[in-house]
Write a protein that binds this ligand. Structure first.
Ligand SMILES: O=C(O)C(=O)C[C@]1(C(=O)O)C=C[C@@H](O)C=C1
Length: 398
């Protein structure tokens, strides 16, 4: 039944089918399609695709509207056009005041907060968006970049994107995008991720040769998938994998995804909690156009990124600015400095890789101690940016 619903959606919404990531192993056309959940009236069925799609849609004037099933099959780009035109005709916007309403479920005009996430309905990122903003309007985006752009272009109010997982490690792409875009981190959400092995009705574990999912999800289930001898195939998101298996009525392939995805796409759950460790937690960042006013009324975290001169002990010195002030570091990540990935030494005899360091520490930017630490770091950092100062999420639940 779910597959039939998908087919109907695809026919009426072929313009909304998004492109396949060329790096993916799957040789099929849709990597994400709009899928209507007959049980939910809460969300409209639209997905934000890349900015080039937006331009195309603007030029050919095609928009959303009611699908043949009478639902609001709205293309977000169509809704966005009048907004962008309005902004174009308006006098330049004044800087908006800092806002502390980041956890509120409504924006200043009282409407529901619109939160972009990567993936399609049933993805863990959607659950994270709903945990951050219960009752929000969760807006699916094709890629991480699209979610960043959606906030920047005022199509949505926030983006909720994964940054690290307790089993799989960091999501490097989002570290890189944090620097490329000028959004602010205004919060974090920790979500317990419990993976299921899903398959079409009638298909048993013994029938499966391969399994589809997001690369992070596949990595988090390494032991189970190896034990079952299944070939892994990477797709954009876990829910997209479930949708693909259902839509193509695959008999030899299963999907690693959530129990929500099983019910949305009409798949059976063959095995539950198949992640390598029961404590499987993904940390998501909440991003917004404006920063929040940091407080000291609860535990705050601050995220920064910096680069350093080459030399003995420089990294040690940079971390000591926090140790000296008894500030706890919760995460450190290094990424290649892309525009200048290699640096020659003074005598030109050697070439070094050049890095950006991302550090999270447990202190608010309202705290004098934290300000002093950053002032100290700034004395020898070649570049320093505060990505955000935001309340730490102490709860990990679904
Ligand atoms: O594919 C999904 O469902 C996602 O929300 C993405 C994602 C990720 O990027 O890490 C989020 C949480 C899980 O760790 C697995 C996958």
């Amino acid at each position: 039944m779910a597959a039939a619903a998908a087919a109907a959606s695809i026919n009426t919404l072929s313009h909304q089918i998004t492109t396949v990531n060329p790096n993916h192993k799957i040789n099929s056309k849709p990597s994400a399609v709009i899928f209507h959940n007959p049980h939910s009236k809460r969300r409209r069925n639209f997905i934000i695709s890349s900015s080039s799609d937006h331009k195309n849609n603007q030029s050919n004037g095609f928009g959303g509207g009611k699908g043949s099933n009478g639902n609001d099959n709205i293309n977000i780009n169509a809704k966005a056009i009048p907004l962008l035109r309005f902004l174009d005709d308006s006098p330049p916007l004044l800087p908006r005041p800092l806002s502390s309403s980041y956890l509120s479920n409504s924006v200043s005009d009282g409407s529901r907060v619109r939160v972009a996430y990567q993936g399609i309905r049933g993805a863990y990122s959607e659950s994270a968006a709903e945990k951050a903003y219960p009752n929000c309007e969760a807006v699916p985006c094709e890629q991480f970049d699209t979610a960043f752009e959606a906030v920047e272009r005022w199509l949505v109010d926030r983006a909720v994107l994964p940054i690290e997982n307790s089993l799989g490690g960091s999501i490097h792409r989002n570290y890189d995008l944090l620097l490329r875009h000028r959004l602010h981190i205004v919060g974090e959400v920790k979500l317990a991720v419990r993976h299921c092995l899903l398959a079409n009705p009638g298909v048993k574990v013994e029938d499966l040769n391969r399994v589809l999912s997001h690369p992070q999800a596949l990595a988090q289930c390494e032991n189970t998938l190896t034990r079952l001898g299944l070939v892994r195939e990477a797709v954009d998101d876990t829910a997209g994998a479930a949708m693909h298996v259902a839509f193509h009525k695959l008999k030899d392939a299963g999907a690693v995804a959530s129990s929500d995805a099983a019910s949305i796409y009409g798949l059976n759950i063959l095995a539950q909690d198949i992640q390598d460790d029961s404590d499987n937690v993904t940390r998501f960042l909440i991003l917004a156009r404006e920063p929040i006013i940091p407080g000291t009324d609860r535990v705050f975290k601050t995220s920064i990124v910096f680069s350093l001169e080459e030399g003995p002990g420089v990294l040690f010195k940079s971390l000591a600015v926090f140790a000296l002030r008894k500030i706890n570091l919760t995460k450190i990540e290094s990424r290649p400095l892309r525009k200048q990935p290699l640096r020659a030494s003074d005598d030109n005899s050697n070439r070094y890789f050049d890095y950006l360091f991302y550090v999270d520490f447990e202190a608010s930017m309202a705290d004098q101690n934290a300000q002093n630490a950053l002032r100290h770091l700034n004395e020898f950092a070649t570049f320093l940016r505060v990505l955000g100062s935001y309340p730490a999420d102490a709860r990990t639940d679904t």
